[in-house]
Design a protein around this ligand. Structure first.
Ligand code: GLU
Length: 263
């Protein structure tokens, strides 16, 4: 598996952390995930890698803060995200502060990536934050946009950002180790695909099966991989539940699926 070359060759990575990984059902931050991601990012920054985080979790944290146990309408979710976003950024800020890293919040929507003026401004902002050695943390602007609330959990947004800023890697931290040939729930024999060189109908079919069983939102991850691979950006799906979720990708034994960019 080529995953072990990730850090040697990579200069700029987008790392995406989804709500179901970063928060629990009660609407609290999963502190060990937060701590582990920040620790790895800090290590990578010291190695002069450029990192951009894409983090969801605003709705989940907002529900927890407002003690809402019901299923929310789309508009209610947008409102709840407005309060949860503060909790989300506050959690990232506190953890990064322990490593003397200053964070910056960016709220974007997938349509910003398609609009020339918005995308030019977004790229310039991110480039300047990287020059200032700030940690850009991006979420969808849930007040004006609902794309990622309805589908994707920021996978597509992260891919659009990776494409815009010419990242060489997009790392999708998930609750699963990667793309399996068949659903891995209660199936120890399920085979993990370690390397994908092109996205075929078979790959789409595997993602479809996995998602129907509620295991992982693989369909949006495959779409994200399609966007990135066309822009010479490789995508890695791996579990964010382990101690060094990003750094462990340099070990050959780490379970992950890598979608290799076309050369
Ligand atoms: N922007 C949303 C959030 O932060 C993403 C959608 C989701 O994770 O459900 O909650």
């Amino acid at each position: 598996m080529k995953v072990m070359n990730t850090f040697k060759n990579s200069k700029r990575m987008v790392v995406k952390i989804g709500s179901s990984l970063l928060t629990n059902r009660k609407g609290n931050i999963n502190k060990s995930v937060l701590k582990n991601v920040v620790s790895d990012v800090s290590t990578l920054l010291k190695k002069n890698k450029e990192i951009i985080l894409v983090s969801s979790g605003a709705i989940s944290l907002g529900k927890g803060k407002l003690k809402l146990n019901k299923k929310l309408s789309l508009n209610e979710s947008q409102a709840v995200a407005a309060t949860g976003q503060i909790e989300l950024m506050s959690s990232w800020q506190k953890e990064f502060c322990k490593h003397n890293i200053v964070v910056a919040q960016l709220l974007l929507s997938p349509s910003d990536a398609e609009n020339k003026k918005s995308s030019t401004n977004a790229i310039a902002t991110i480039e300047n934050l990287l020059n200032f050695k700030c940690m850009p943390i991006i979420n969808e602007n849930d007040t004006t946009s609902t794309d990622e609330i309805k589908f994707g959990d920021n996978d597509i947004l992260a891919a659009q950002i990776a494409r815009l800023i010419k990242a060489d890697h997009l790392i999708l931290l998930s609750n699963v180790d990667g793309l399996y040939k068949e659903p891995p729930i209660n199936n120890k024999e399920a085979v993990l695909i370690s390397e994908v060189e092109s996205i075929t109908n078979d790959i789409h079919a595997m993602a479809g099966t996995a998602s129907k069983l509620g295991k992982g939102g693989m369909i949006s991850k495959i779409k994200a991989a399609e966007i990135c691979m066309k822009s010479n950006c490789s995508v890695i799906i791996t579990s964010g539940q382990k101690q060094n979720p990003i750094m462990s990708l340099s070990k050959i034994s780490t379970k992950a699926t890598r979608f290799s960019a076309r050369k």
